[in-house]
Each structure stands twice: as C-alpha cells, then as structure tokens.
Design a protein around this ligand. Structure first.
Ligand code: SF4
Length: 474
C-alpha cells in the first residue's frame, strides 16, 4: 500500500482549528467505524482461513523485506467487570488461568514463526486486553522473555502496556519499566464516585496518581489516559470535576471516548440503568466543555477523540505529516506488519487482515490441533488499498492530496469517485470540507466529524446503502 507520508499543508490542530457546531454534529455524527482498519473488522470473512494467513506470513520477506514488525498481545482476563465494557474479556479471579494462557501464547508464537518470512525485528509492542496487569509479576517477566527469545526488540522501539491502577503496585510499574515498556495507557473514564458506582469501576484518584507517579519515576516516556463521556450519572458539572483532576495529573496523551449504549451487543451494559444516561444534548455539552478545557490546558486535538501535548511524538508526527492509524488508534509508526497474538486479536500481514477466534476453548483446541487459531480475515483488493490510503489520509491529516493518490494508485480520481464527490459536495455546502482539483481539505467545522467524511469513501457502507435502497424500490 502507498501511504502519502508527506503532506505540505498538514498541520497540527490548535484550539482555533476546531469549530464546535452543535447543529452540524447532531446531523452528521452518525454511529460509524473508527477506521482502525479498512475494511473494518465486521467485513472480514471466514473464507479467509489459517492457510491464507500462513501464505501471507510466508510472503512477507519477499514483498517488504525491510518492513518492521509490530506485536500485539491480547490478555483477556479482568478480575471485575466494568458495565460499559464492550471488549472481548473474561471475568475471573482465578489467576491459575493465566499460566495456561501464556503457554498457549508461546505455542501460537512458534506456529506463526514457523511460517513467518523476513526479519524478526520488532519496533512496536503492545499488551492490551482485558487487563494485561491481571498477570502476576513473574508471568509478565515470563511473557516478555518468551517474546525476546523469539523476536528482536529494537532499542528505540515503542513498547506499551494497558494498566489498571486498581491492581498494580509501584513495584510492578518498576518491573514493567525494567522489562522494556516505555509507554503506559491507563483507563480512568470518570472520577465521580456516583458514575464509578453506576459502572462498577471504583478507582480512586489517589491510586491513579500513585501509578502515574511511579511510571514517571521509572522512566516511562509517555502516559496516556482514557476518559469516557455519556456514562450513567454523568453531567457537565461532574465531568468538569474529572477534567480538573485529569489535567492536574498531566498525562501526555488523552483519549475521550463516546460511550455507545448497545446492551443487545454488549451484555455487561444491561446492568446500566438507561434512565441514568445523560441526554444527547447533555453529552454534546460535555464534549464541548471537554474540548475547550483540554485545548485551553495546552493539548492539541489530534483527531477523532485523541489529544496530545504539543511536545508529544503524536502531535509532532502530525505536524510533520507522519501520523498513521492502526488498531491502537493513532501511531507514529509507519506501515508495519502487525502480528496479533491471543484470543480475538486482530493482525495485519501484507495486504491482508486476520482475526483469531474469540472463544478461549476454541483458541486452545485449534493450537492443540497444530493449527493457527484463525477465525476470519480479508485479503485486500486494489480498491480496498486505494480507499484505505484515502481514509488514512483524511483521519490523520485532515487532507487528501488528489494527485498523489492518482499517481500511487493509477486512477483518475474524478471519474473513479463520481458518487463520492457528489456526496462530498453536500458536505461542502455545509462547510465541512473544501474540494478543489488538487486537494480535499477537512475544514475546522468538519474535524470533529472526520469519521462521517471518511465514511463517504467506505465502499462496503456504500454498497449496504445501495442494497437497502434497492430492496426498498422493489
Ligand atoms: S473496561 Fe477494561 S478492565 Fe473493565 S472489564 Fe473491560 S477490559 Fe476489563
């Protein structure tokens, strides 16, 4: 895939670069993909099997010999459940389960390496979940040893871990730094006691502060925190208190996610009392206040729901036109082949995506049978690659250089995207974008809605809409 790396008119966002237009947000902020991949995971097919994955693993060295590896390790266990959670996790207090899981991660690594061609140098590592900090200290040490025995972690790599302050001591934070982790991501969501009670996640300011201090003392380069708006019992005033405390904690990056209440899909959410949820209008007020507070505090709006200090690598990469988007959200790392390990993990190898089975027993059984534990995946077509470049460019740089796309993908943009340009012209009338012969630029009032703009180029969503329209007509 060709990613347009250098964008002369790409620039970091500042407070003035975002226009909060409530009416436009109401009209255009539909539920849609976050585009951590394109095509999105719901388009993956089971016709893509372990043998397809093996094929792309074995092709790696031939197509992109120098492309680095990114490793994602999914640890599915959590000791308690947060009611808002829609992740693939296993709630257990039985630490005996993680020992077995680690041994199967080892089996999966060996199986992957058996087929993997090309170098084994890793420039990016992420442990996510679930709660990676569910693992005991000696298990974390063991897992890192397993990785280092099989791969080469480059000295200047980006090594991150999701940490739950409720179950991590200062000594564990120091251990993580000693293992090589240099970035930490901490879930907060909200500090208000009423909200914490309503979502079953009681996490004090003090324990969060303690873990962040320990991370800084141990030499972690960047600390990122997650907040969530739209949770039960939340309102503008209560969330303002959370923002006060979070700004004092001084994280390097922040993600502020919109809570989507989908109890039919996420069972845990059935324990949330719908009557306690803030109204759509209140949610918009919370978002508006959040953006104002964070930009006033000096954070740069990166895009979607991400903020970073101007000195953070993410903000610098955006200024330099070197920002990328992957399964962890925004990233400074160029195209890497992503090896994803563990139950439900999603990886990317050459022009393909692959996802592991979601059920733990299936994961163990397939590995016992000597098979890679693949559930589904997709092999990208030339059209997918083209649209992925466009969506990446819009999401990361708020701009699309038309000529570069034409040259890289050998198309005539205007004739290839007749329908898309027609849709964009409606958005242009509302001031969300500006379209010229050379550039598509997302304007300040469109930046909070960049997902809706990217959706215009999503062929799968377009075909869904066509199908619905067609079935209505007949
Ligand atoms: S939000 Fe995180 S800690 Fe809570 S249940 Fe989900 S994965 Fe576990």
């Amino acid at each position: 895939m060709v990613i347009v790396d250098f964008m002369p008119n790409s620039k970091a966002m500042s407070e003035q670069d975002i226009t909060f237009d409530r009416e436009l947000i109401r009209r255009f902020d539909v539920n849609g993909p976050r585009y951590t991949s394109y095509p999105t995971a719901d388009r993956f097919v089971e016709a893509f099997t372990a043998s397809h994955y093996e094929h792309w693993l074995s092709q790696r060295g031939r197509i992109t010999p120098s492309r680095p590896l990114s490793l994602y390790v999914h640890i599915p266990f959590c000791p308690t459940i947060c009611y808002y959670c829609a992740c693939n996790k296993i709630i257990t207090k039985d630490h005996g389960r993680s020992a077995k899981y680690l041994s199967y991660l080892g089996k999966e690594m060996d199986k992957v390496l058996h087929h993997l061609a090309g170098g084994k140098e890793v420039s990016q590592l992420h442990w996510g979940g679930g709660s990676p900090s569910f693992l005991a200290d000696e298990e974390m040490r063991l897992l890192m040893d397993m990785i280092r025995d099989r791969f080469t972690l480059s000295p200047d790599g980006e090594y991150s871990i999701e940490v739950d302050p409720r179950n991590v001591s200062e000594a564990t934070v120091a251990l993580l730094a000693g293992l090589g982790f240099n970035r930490m991501s901490i879930g907060i969501q909200d500090f208000s006691p009423d909200v914490q009670k309503a979502v079953n996640r009681i996490q004090s300011l003090e324990e969060t502060q303690r873990v962040m201090n320990a991370a800084r003392e141990s030499g972690f380069k960047s600390i990122s925190v997650d907040l969530m708006y739209g949770l039960p019992k939340q309102d503008v005033i209560s969330f303002n208190y959370t923002l006060d405390e979070v700004i004092k904690l001084d994280p390097d990056r922040l993600s502020v996610y919109n809570y989507a209440h989908v109890p039919n899909q996420a069972k845990a959410q059935r324990r949330i009392n719908t009557a306690d949820l803030p109204s759509a209008d209140e949610k918009l007020q919370i978002l508006q206040r959040t953006i104002r507070r964070l930009t006033e505090a000096g954070y740069v709006f990166i895009g979607m729901d991400h903020f970073a200090k101007p000195t953070d690598e993410l903000a610098i990469a955006q200024r330099q036109g070197l920002l990328h988007r992957n399964f962890q959200g925004y990233s400074t790392h160029a195209e890497a082949d992503l090896l994803a390990l563990g139950v439900s993990a999603i990886g990317k190898m050459g022009p393909s995506y692959v996802q592991n089975v979601r059920i733990l027993e299936d994961y163990y059984n397939l590995l016992d049978q000597g098979s890679l534990p693949v559930l589904r995946g997709i092999q990208l077509t030339a059209d997918d690659l083209l649209r992925r470049s466009i969506i990446q460019s819009l999401m990361c740089h708020f701009a699309l250089p038309i000529e570069s796309i034409e040259i890289a993908h050998l198309i005539d943009f205007k004739s290839y995207f007749v329908a898309e340009l027609a849709d964009l012209s409606a958005m242009e009338e509302d001031g969300l974008v500006t379209v010229t012969d050379q550039w598509i630029t997302v304007n300040p009032s469109g930046r909070l809605l960049v997902r809706a703009i990217a959706m215009v180029f999503d062929r799968y969503l377009r075909s869904d809409r066509e199908r619905i329209r067609y079935s209505k007509v007949i």
